[in-house]
Ligand binder design. Structure first.
Ligand code: SF4
Ligand code: SF4
Length: 84
């Protein structure tokens, strides 16, 4: 069965993925606000280094993104695009 809807959630979408994000690897300055903010914990620190010497945030694999845009809104460098 594919029915895992949370009875108390006003937004029914919160139980299943509806969104997708991209993070600009070079633009990210590794403040990690997005990692702290994502309610689904779908963003992590990269092991790789960008041209500015930062370990950027990168999206994790997973289909739970709700497209809530909280990560994009908190990013001071406008490095995150949300698609839904
Ligand atoms: S909030 Fe923006 S700048 Fe900060 S780690 Fe996330 S993507 Fe990078
Ligand atoms: S849109 Fe929402 S659920 Fe998706 S990665 Fe960003 S904060 Fe997380």
């Amino acid at each position: 069965m594919d029915e895992q809807r949370c009875g108390s959630c006003e937004e029914g979408s919160y139980d299943r993925g509806m969104g997708r994000i991209t993070i600009d690897f070079e633009r990210c300055k590794a403040c990690y606000f997005c990692i702290e903010t994502c309610p689904k914990k779908l963003i992590e620190k990269s092991n790789e280094v960008n041209s500015r010497g930062y370990h950027p945030a990168v999206p994790k694999d997973g289909k739970d993104c709700t497209g809530c845009r909280l990560c994009a809104e908190v990013c001071p460098d406008v490095a995150i695009e949300v698609y839904r």
